[in-house]
Design a protein. Structure first.
Length: 303
């Protein structure tokens, strides 16, 4: 039995990973936060075993690892896909300590802790770890400071652990870095971006009104033009099964342009390119219907 644990599988990239791995004869432990999501995933075909798993809940993480130990025994775990994540948007000066803590709890501290606790199972199963990062881990955009910071940090963890585990047991670690992905994340949350919604004072709206326009255009573009989640799942499958997996997987044309080109330009050039892209999103937003919602980049399973 080849067993893998995938976190954040209620929709989007996580669900696509469950479907692809299950179709490839894996036993997939699908981490979800709601029982109804687990029931739905159990019906996609193959050997899918839902787990109630909020990665920021230490008791649920401990219980999930205990169940995996009981179920897999000496065979251990062949794969761990750290996909669950959230985002909070807004200018840095308007984000609270709680906003930053919540993003880092889920996007950084949780996968680090889960990977550590699952290590005996991964060693037993000669397993691999896949972190779902983001091109935002290479290139930070205005309004996405906490999200990008957490993904920058996750890149560092993946790079350090990749080298550590190759020398201390021969295990592989890969980082998957998608750009815009066409998933339900774009339609999940209602209302304005969380931090922008806090800008009640007139000065805040004068200073950062443009950021709300950019966010509307960015969300509309991702909803319509992002790559299919299965493209990310294919990269995850390759990382788990290839004889020599890649260290990094950039997924999507925007990710490749940003990762291979824009992120390597001098800061002055990079800033100009980011501003140009932002203006393109503002123009896109102005073409949307007046009642189009400014949907929040929050509580998601997107990288």
């Amino acid at each position: 039995m080849r067993a893998a644990l995938v976190t954040g599988t209620s929709s989007g990239i996580g669900e696509a990973c469950v479907r692809r791995l299950a179709a490839g004869s894996w036993t997939v432990y699908a981490g979800v936060r709601r029982p109804e999501d687990g029931e739905r995933l159990a019906g996609v075909g193959g050997d899918v075993r839902p787990l109630i798993l909020d990665v920021s809940d230490t008791e649920q993480v401990d219980a999930a690892v205990d169940r995996l130990q009981t179920d897999t025994g000496d065979q251990g775990l062949a794969g761990l896909v750290n996909n669950a994540g959230i985002g909070v948007g807004g200018p840095v000066e308007y984000l609270s300590d709680e906003d930053w803590q919540r993003v880092f709890d889920v996007n950084l501290f949780a996968p680090v802790r889960l990977s550590r606790l699952a290590m005996p199972l991964l060693r037993a199963g000669h397993g691999r770890i896949v972190y779902i990062g983001s091109v935002g881990g290479r290139l930070a955009a205005p309004g996405l400071g906490p999200y990008a910071a957490s993904k920058h940090a996750l890149e560092a963890v993946a790079e350090a652990q990749r080298q550590e585990l190759r020398r201390a047991g021969g295990l592989f670690v890969s980082l998957v870095e998608p750009g815009e992905v066409k998933t339900a994340i774009w339609d999940k949350a209602q209302g304005e971006l969380a931090a922008l919604d806090q800008m009640r004072d007139e000065q805040g709206h004068e200073r950062y009104g443009w950021l709300l326009e950019q966010s509307k255009g960015f969300l509309d573009e991702g909803r319509r033009q992002g790559v299919d989640a299965d493209r990310v799942a294919r990269a995850v499958e390759h990382a788990l099964t290839a004889r020599t997996p890649k260290r990094r997987y950039l997924v999507g044309p925007d990710a490749k342009i940003s990762g291979h080109v824009i992120s390597k330009t001098p800061d002055r050039v990079r800033d100009a390119l980011v501003r140009t892209n932002g203006r393109r999103w503002e123009t896109r937003a102005r073409k949307l219907p007046a009642d189009a919602p400014a949907q929040a980049y929050t509580d998601t399973d997107r990288p």
